[in-house]
Ligand binder design. Structure first.
Ligand code: F6P
Length: 341
């Protein structure tokens, strides 16, 4: 078979390891050939691709970013659509597509698959917001980077007896905040699934101060305080029409300072969480996803994606994965909240 691979949506560490795993197994075990579409679905729509052989993917598992580039292009727009894409695939002798991406990418992949295209998905979400897979690569790396930042902020906070408000990624779900906050010993964790009042946050902060410690609050970018309409956004919309997030820490820190008198600072970690080399865990998971994706293509499991269940990589329906978000269950938040304050 001749297979085209694409990476689409926001990037995350581990994308290159998926590509390497798929190409190496596809070449060695099945004798498949590969091309890589440039810039996500844009490359599929425009027929923009590069050859991918085993030499091109050498040493890639430790490399951040994606050698194929990524974009948030919708394959049903800008001259795309199933007929045009199928024509491009036929013209280039491409039998199947591996689409590596998050909720938007996989929803498009499912639609194209329903329209007859031969597609297998690989879930990619730094936020860990996809159903049907326990974890995806990139999440562990992001948590590690956030924990490192929290550890560093804690020492400077203690020196100045300040409150630090640390903002991490997490548009709709608070997994990064929950795990990074727990690992970093945060005194409060604020996530999109559980709005809180500023009074409650200040109670936690004051109780930490009263023990002579410097409070650390970890907040997801998608969190909103009681009374806010939704997540804070002041930067406009992304190409999918979603609000660009970021900045809730800058809202909360001055509120804490005003109400408690504790000098407070905000830090937004932002895209640092998505950059650089993947953790060892993510390299392994991403490589296993790549290996499993090439099995799924060979077995013609169109409309499915690879997924992690426990420690096993299995096949899951893309429809199931994209039906609803993988929110933090309330009991997981309550468990962490026992240690707040
Ligand atoms: O969806 C993953 C994510 O990293 C979100 O956590 C964040 O809101 C968004 O992407 C940022 O997107 P962009 O890279 O387009 O600014």
């Amino acid at each position: 078979m001749r297979i085209g691979i694409l990476t689409s949506g926001g990037d995350c560490p581990g994308l290159n390891a998926v590509i390497r795993g798929a190409v190496l197994k596809g070449d060695r075990v099945y004798g498949h050939e590969f091309v890589g579409f440039k810039w996500g679905w844009k490359g599929v729509v425009e027929g923009d691709m590069i050859p991918l052989d085993r030499h091109r993917v050498r040493g890639l598992s430790k490399e951040g970013g994606t050698i194929l580039g990524s974009s948030r292009t919708n394959p049903y727009e800008s001259g795309g659509g199933p007929e045009n894409i199928q024509r491009m695939l036929d013209r280039n002798g491409i039998d199947a597509i591996i689409a590596i991406g998050g909720e938007g990418t996989l929803t498009a992949a499912r639609r194209l698959s329903d329209d007859g295209l031969r597609i297998v998905g690989v879930p990619k979400t730094i936020d860990n917001d996809l159903q049907a897979t326990d974890y995806s690569f990139g999440f562990d790396t992001a948590v590690g980077i956030a924990v490192d930042a929290i550890d560093r902020l804690r020492t400077t906070a203690e020196s100045h007896r300040r409150c630090m408000v640390v903002e991490v990624m997490g548009r709709y779900v608070g997994w990064i905040a929950l795990h990074a906050g727990m690992a970093g010993g945060a005194h409060a964790i604020l996530i999109p699934e559980v709005p809180q009042s500023i009074e409650r946050v200040c109670e936690w902060v004051e109780s930490v101060r009263d023990r002579g410690r410097a409070p650390v609050v970890v907040v997801s970018e998608g969190f909103h305080l009681d009374g806010m309409d939704g997540a804070h956004s002041h930067k406009g919309l992304d190409p999918f029409g979603r609000p660009l997030l970021g900045g809730i820490a800058d809202i909360i820190a001055p509120m804490i300072e005003e109400r408690t008198g504790i000098e407070s600072r905000a830090t937004v970690i932002g895209h640092i969480q998505r950059g650089g080399a993947p953790s060892a865990y993510d390299r392994v998971l991403a490589t296993r996803f790549g290996l499993a994706a090439i099995d799924a293509v060979t077995e013609e499991k169109w409309g499915t994606m690879v997924a992690l269940r426990g420690t096993e990589v299995v096949s899951a329906s893309i429809t199931d994965a994209t039906r609803r978000l993988n929110a933090v269950p309330r009991h997981r938040y309550d468990e962490a909240a026992l240690l707040f304050g």
